[in-house]
Design a protein around this ligand. Structure first.
Ligand SMILES: Cc1ncc(COP(=O)(O)O)c(C=O)c1O
Length: 452
């Protein structure tokens, strides 16, 4: 692309013609206008440099500036960028990527449907779950159970599954037949916990109670992120997901794993439910599959679902689809992206660097407002409190740390009282130290002279 000749101020003025996701005048008063990136670093048009501690939006797993991915896109575009992929036609990269992904995340998930992103993937998952039960002769199984603080996207149905009410209020009424149960948050469990019961057991019991209350004959699926990302990096206790799998099986409820963030290595596993030794029935993926270089997402369905809705009923069309499903260029980039993650051992690096990052974040407990440090691989959070005894969340303090970190060249995300980290998986030991040291300076500065 030709160099941008416009200066920062002119671009800022021109940016007013552009509507941004979740735009708000206050949060967009001083946007960073990004110009380029390399590894974990990004630069703005006015020459500022930042370590992108969120890897774009939890997605740039292989880091910025990968020429190989540009070359893969270029080669495919020159051949043919896009072709109709609806029934009756196919293309080579989509076939190759679906084959690469067969059994890749979980052994029983061998069939892939591609979308352009995570919201479309979850929409596809909900529709597939409902259709599956119709084919099984149980058409009343339509409800989707999700968890409080879940994030599954912002289309009408995925917004209704998302478990944060701030995303609903402007657009209600929500789509019916979506309900929410408590998140398995070991640090702040908000459900009912009986004496002697672990948080994992209590949260799993909340699922079973919800299924029984609604009637198992009305429930199609549970959708769950293995680690709740945008809801505050909530890592479930180890006993939670095995119990969830048992409960879903007991009541004939499908388990949809929303691995839009956790997929493709972020947690130090290729896919996060492997950690708990269970498989979902449907997997949603997006961000990490192309590391954000081009939009791509999708679902994978279990062999059982495939058999029921496709193989056993060849006379029935599956009337679901998007123009960009199986986009040839996007799939070519996806294939190359997975090759890079494999070749460079980035999943192992995520596990190792994640460990170093959490160890570093733990040292910040020298400050009285720092409390819970949590995470899996390179998906981490640190929570700020007014004091450790009350554990009262300190959202304002967290917002100030976010701002001070940004001024010092570190981009992270503040979610309430939690600061979230999900840097590119290529991050080095020195760069992890930079993250921790910058954060230490930011906390020291804010502690010394709190705003307001
Ligand atoms: C877990 C999860 N699911 C779904 C989505 C929605 O993806 P998209 O923004 O591509 O629609 C996101 C986006 O951040 C996500 O974090």
């Amino acid at each position: 692309m030709a160099d941008i000749l416009l200066d920062h101020d002119t671009l800022l003025e021109r940016d007013k013609k552009l509507l941004h996701p979740q735009q708000h005048p206050a949060s967009h008063s001083d946007p960073l206008i990004i110009d380029s990136g390399e590894g974990v670093w990004i630069k703005t048009v006015d020459g500022r440099k930042f370590l992108d501690g969120l890897a774009g939006l939890w997605n740039v797993n292989v880091g910025f500036g990968r020429k190989e991915l540009a070359d893969a896109a270029h080669a495919q575009m020159v051949k043919i960028a896009y072709s109709n992929n609806y029934a009756g036609m196919s293309n080579v990269p989509a076939i190759e990527l679906a084959n690469k992904l067969a059994g890749f995340a979980y052994p029983s998930l061998n069939t892939t449907y591609f979308t352009a992103g995570g919201g479309e993937a979850n929409e596809s998952a909900f529709k597939t779950a409902r259709y599956y039960w119709k084919r099984r002769g149980m058409p009343t199984k339509v409800k989707i159970i999700a968890r409080i603080d879940a994030y599954h996207g912002l289309t009408m149905a995925t917004m209704s599954a998302t478990g944060m009410s701030k995303f609903w209020t402007m657009f209600e009424p929500r789509v019916p037949d979506f309900l929410h149960i408590p998140a398995p948050n070991p640090y702040r469990y908000k459900g009912d916990q009986r004496p002697g019961e672990s948080v994992g057991q209590a949260a799993a019991r909340a699922l079973e109670e919800a299924i029984l209350r609604e009637g198992p004959e009305t429930v199609a699926a549970l959708i769950a992120e293995p680690v709740q990302g945008a809801g505050g990096v909530i890592v479930p206790p180890e006993d939670y997901f095995p119990l969830v799998r048992e409960i879903c099986d007991r009541h004939q409820v499908l388990l949809i794993a929303d691995e839009v963030i956790t997929g493709f290595g972020r947690t130090g596993e290729w896919f996060a439910l492997n950690r708990y030794g269970i498989e979902p029935d449907i997997l949603s993926f997006a961000k990490g599959v192309t590391s954000g270089y081009v939009p791509l997402g999708g679902i994978q369905v279990s062999d059982r679902i495939r058999e029921e809705i496709f193989t056993a009923n060849p006379q029935n069309a599956w009337l679901h689809g998007f123009t960009y499903s199986g986009h040839a260029t996007a799939c070519a980039v996806g294939l190359k992206n997975i090759e890079i993650i494999e070749r460079e051992g980035l999943v192992d690096n995520a596990a190792r660097m994640g460990e170093q990052l959490r160890t570093g974040l733990e040292t910040l407990k020298e400050f009285p407002n720092v409390d819970n440090v949590r995470g899996l691989g390179l998906l981490c959070g640190i929570e700020f409190v007014k004091d450790r005894d009350s554990r009262e969340p300190d959202d304002d303090f967290c917002a100030q740390i976010w701002k001070a970190s940004r001024a010092k060249g570190l981009l992270v995300r503040n979610i309430g009282a939690t600061l979230a980290f999900s840097p590119p998986l290529v991050i080095s030991a020195d760069e992890v130290d930079y993250v921790v040291n910058t954060l230490r300076e930011a906390i020291a500065e804010v502690t010394a002279s709190p705003a307001g």
